[in-house]
Structures are given as structure tokens and as C-alpha cells.
Design a protein around this ligand. Structure first.
Ligand SMILES: [Zn+2]
Length: 150
């Protein structure tokens, strides 16, 4: 083997090694990217949850304050709501409680989503991680437990 072809051989070897390393790097970067995205959406959900809980606290405080105002006779006979409806004392309380129910439903929905994203189910037979909505294991076909919240 002459000197030039030896150098060419070394160069082509280096080139293929570099391209393998290049793929490895880009795969690592891609998976880091999706991890970051996952973390970000989890972070966003937690922020939403914190905000909703704060709003819920305010609503409940408002219910308490309104009831106390009714108790001491300080609540006007008719209350105007944000959307312009006129409510009496009982309707004002009902309206606040209805808002609290809606807020609680939103809180529950986000809590569910967070629980699902943090704890992925896995197959009891072969231990392969499965999607939360999967009914059967994609690897061995075993039936997965129905983990829908009660
Ligand atoms: Zn399986």
C-alpha cells in the first residue's frame, strides 16, 4: 500500500467515525430537546394549577365574606354580577359556589394530567413503558390495567 492510499484510508475511517459521532450528538440533542419541552409543559401545568388554586382561595374567601355580609345585613338587596345579571343574596352565594365548582373541576383536570405525565404505566408482563391511553402492551400484547381515575 502506498503512502497516499494509506492516508486516504485513514481519512475515510475518520470521516465515518465523525459522522457516527455526529449522529450520536444530534440524537442526544434531540432527546434533550423533547425532555426540555416535556419539563416545560409540566412546569406550565404546575403554574396553571397554582394560579387556579389561588383563584379558588379568593372565591371561597368571597363566599365567606358574602355570607357574613348577609348575616350582618350589610349586603345590598340586589347584587350586580360582572355580566350584568342582578342577583339577590341567595343567588349571589349560589353564583359564587357555581364558580367555585367550575374552578375545582379545572383544578381536578390539571391534577389528573400532571399525575398521568409524571407516572407512565408499564406492562406488568414485560415491563415495557406504555402510553397512558393504551389498552394493550405494544410489545407483548398483554392487557393493560384500566387506569382511568374513578
Ligand atoms: Zn408487555
Amino acid at each position: 500500500m502506498d503512502k497516499d492510499s494509506r492516508i486516504n484510508q485513514i481519512l475515510s475511517h475518520l470521516a465515518s467515525a465523525a459522522s457516527i459521532a455526529g449522529n450520536g450528538v444530534s440524537e442526544a440533542v434531540n432527546s434533550a430537546g423533547s425532555k426540555v419541552e416535556e419539563k416545560y409543559s409540566e412546569f406550565k401545568l404546575k403554574m396553571d394549577l397554582a394560579r387556579l388554586k389561588e383563584e379558588m382561595d379568593k372565591l371561597l374567601a368571597n363566599v365567606g365574606r358574602t355570607m357574613y355580609m348577609i348575616h350582618i345585613g350589610a349586603l345590598a338587596d340586589a347584587q350586580k354580577t360582572e355580566d350584568g345579571a342582578v342577583l339577590d343574596a341567595q343567588e349571589t352565594i349560589d353564583n359564587l359556589l357555581k364558580q367555585a365548582d367550575q374552578k375545582q373541576a379545572e383544578i381536578d383536570a390539571i391534577s389528573d394530567t400532571l399525575a398521568k405525565t409524571s407516572g407512565k404505566q408499564s406492562c406488568a408482563v414485560c415491563n415495557k413503558v406504555a402510553g397512558n391511553d393504551d389498552k394493550f402492551c405494544s410489545a407483548c400484547g398483554a392487557k393493560l390495567p384500566d387506569n382511568k381515575p374513578e
